[in-house]
Write a protein that binds this ligand. Structure first.
Ligand code: SOE
Length: 386
């Protein structure tokens, strides 16, 4: 297969990131299957037609079912809000189309399991949008851990801190509505941390959490895109039905202890997605806002120079570096999506499941649901019991 025809549902923040990735992939990874941007779908005719023109999709539709019915489409990319992930994925699987679905996979664990079952039954390739795995510095952290260079892992601590809704007058966008988003900071940000924990350290056995919704009512929106919105002129408000912040502790099956913080009220943090991992032989710190760097510490460094040092992850043998720029030139957020789609194209060519796939999506959903259960029960909850 030299080319693959893409149909995409969604055209806002993730639609923009994914369009860019499909467009750029062939320029920098010419030996891979080339994604052809056939049809983009969105409910708002004016907005989706403008997106099709700007992002250079061949055509557009206001009905995602058209992508399912279009035999010319090989792969469906789902990045519309979470409440429609399940319906689109199950229809796409039945139609034998490969699926890339943004995170979190679904509104509930049960829904995510249905999506996995439909995808596996159809024998299609499925991938879930945990893009931070594809930051080269995160991949270096994984290499150090997998090669035993950090030793036994004692701690995984991760924090995803934003502040885009700190203003009480920020409108009630879909990410703040449980029936559309499933949860708030937990599923939107915590899901990334959970997936990174699975990718880097291993499975989580039990959790205990706490959460709060600091602003309980917000003005209704007229327009929203990604993390921006405008409020209606009147004073009509609606209830926020998700968490503004969730913190939880975790025990991993391998004995590692974990602490997680996901909040949209960390004033001053625009999108700080970070983790620190402490092992018997050393530690690493990743900070997405400095995503081309990995801080490393090794106990074997000689005493007179011991301390964290910064590795600039832009050169051979660092992942993907040969495809980008000469030594020392950084890449960005958008490149994590290109790397994810390279993995998808490779998996299709090699006839294997890409990573992360819907199994990882369900694993992440199991932890999300366990955290929510622990919050309502105010007790530790076993992840495997769900
Ligand atoms: C909003 O919090 C958001 O866009 C998330 O939905 C994305 O998954 C994350 O990568 C950036 O922030």
């Amino acid at each position: 297969m030299k080319e693959i025809n893409i149909g995409m549902v969604g055209y806002k923040f993730m639609g923009k990131a994914h369009s860019h990735a499909y467009k750029d992939l062939p320029l920098f990874f010419p030996d891979h299957i080339r994604p052809i941007m056939k049809v983009i779908a969105g409910r708002n005719h004016e907005a989706v037609s403008q997106a099709a023109n700007q992002y250079q999709w061949e055509s557009y539709t206001t009905n995602w079912q058209d992508l399912i019915d279009n035999d010319d489409i090989d792969l469906i990319d789902i990045n519309a809000p979470s409440d429609v992930h399940k319906d689109i994925a199950i229809e796409a699987a039945k139609a034998g189309k490969h699926i890339y679905c943004e995170k979190p996979l679904a509104l509930t664990l049960a829904d995510s399991r249905e999506m996995l079952e439909a995808a596996e039954q159809a024998g299609i390739k499925h991938m879930v949008g945990y893009n931070y795995r594809f930051a080269p510095a995160v991949m270096l952290a994984k290499k150090l851990i997998d090669e035993g260079r950090l030793g036994k892992i004692y701690h995984f601590r991760a924090w995803f801190l934003q502040d885009w809704i700190i203003d009480p007058n920020f409108p009630l966008v879909w990410r703040l509505q449980k029936d559309v988003a499933g949860s708030g900071a937990l599923g939107d940000l915590g899901a990334h941390l959970i997936d990174l924990a699975h990718y880097l350290v291993g499975d989580i056995s039990e959790v205990i959490g706490m959460s709060d919704t600091f602003i309980k009512e917000r003005p209704l929106p007229t327009d929203m895109a990604g993390l921006t919105a405008t409020a209606q002129s009147g004073m009509e408000t609606g209830p926020v039905t998700v968490d503004d912040a969730t913190l939880f502790l975790a025990k991993f099956t391998n004995g590692t202890l974990g602490s997680f913080e996901a909040t949209r009220f960390a004033t001053g943090h625009r999108s700080t997605n970070s983790f620190e991992i402490n092992g018997s032989k050393g530690s690493v710190i990743f900070d997405f806002e400095r995503m081309n760097e990995l801080q490393v510490y090794f106990v074997d460094d000689s005493k007179d120079v011991q301390g964290y040092r910064r590795v600039y992850v832009t050169d051979e043998p660092h992942a993907f570096s040969s495809h980008w720029w000469p030594t020392g030139h950084p890449i960005g957020y958008e490149h994590t999506f290109i790397h994810a789609f390279v993995e998808f194209m490779k998996a299709i060519r090699e006839n294997r499941l890409p990573n992360p796939n819907f199994y990882d999506g369900v694993k992440s959903q199991q932890v999300l649901e366990a955290v929510e259960k622990s919050i309502s029960q105010k007790s530790w909850v076993q992840v495997s019991t769900l």
